[in-house]
Design a protein. Sequence first.
Length: 368
Amino acid sequence: MSYKPSHLTLACLCRDTIVKNLERYNAEAFQILDESEWEDIIRRKHEMSRPKRGKGGLDGTGRMNPAVTDKFLLEIETTLPHLGTSKVVDTLVWKDIVNFKFKSRPKGLMWPYSMLESRLKTAGETLLDVRKKENIDEENKKQVIRAIKVMCNSPMDVELLRSSGIGKSAQKFINTCSKNEKLGLEKESMHALHSLLKSWKMMASSEGVMMSENEKQTQFGLSEHIAIARKNASWRELFSALKKFDQEKRENQGARMRERRQRLNSQRPKIVKVRHKSSNPKALKMTAKMAMVTTQSKMHQLRTEAKVTSTRRSPPVQKPAKGFGAAVAFATGSHKRKNATIVDMAGGKRLKIPTTRPPARDFKRKMR
């Protein structure tokens, strides 16, 4: 019988233990690893930290945080330079770190320059491949739409336009579509491609000189960002550039705010005349009406409360008895006596206790 080794070998168990506690180790602990072993650990860490379900996020799988923090990676690559050139780490981790840390970065710094150029070349090749076909299906139409979206979302300057060759590819595709109507592309996509190519031609002919002030500033800022991205061929280099760019932006903003405060202190505008609210007669009338309404409402509320309080405190009014029965009772001397003792009970209740005093003698004589 041939022996089949188990999938969970001792090396795999050791690797998984290191991966689980990866950021607890010092940078010197990974000095014995070469680049391939380090890439194997990063792949396993990226796989173990992937969400089981989900969409979107940093890499389309629902991932909300990078597999490894930038602080740990910077410490590793600074201490161990032989582990700081891995393309696997750059693609799996540094890309997520850049997208996580700098979500609202400038358009010219969305990708490293090599990746930006590669995206535009791929889009141009897609247009040229579809151009050679006489009839295109739905899948080809989707490829063309994706290529046009990539072109519209990518920043552009003259040097990038020349190196990628995307302008020539787009012009050839437009010429073929105008001659062959069987391609059946949507008018919106073709209109977007026409407008994009026209803007590129204007940029190439003027190079930021023969433009209006707003367009010149926009083009200058975009070219400046692309020039920064041109120096960065990887995501880790783009991270360092964005960190420096963000720090300079904050410093410049603080300097501008201090300059504004100093300008306000030295060039504060003079107040010529102040108009008080009481100088307006309409405002005075309105204020008096509101005061009267408020006073009347308060007085009415106070009167109502006083009336209720006095009603609770005063004893109940006894109405005199009327009718034949009351008259007979009075004649016979068996009428109810008015003299009674009232005792206050808890909870505001009152108890009336009649007196046991005998009737007066004068009353008995009258009855005789």
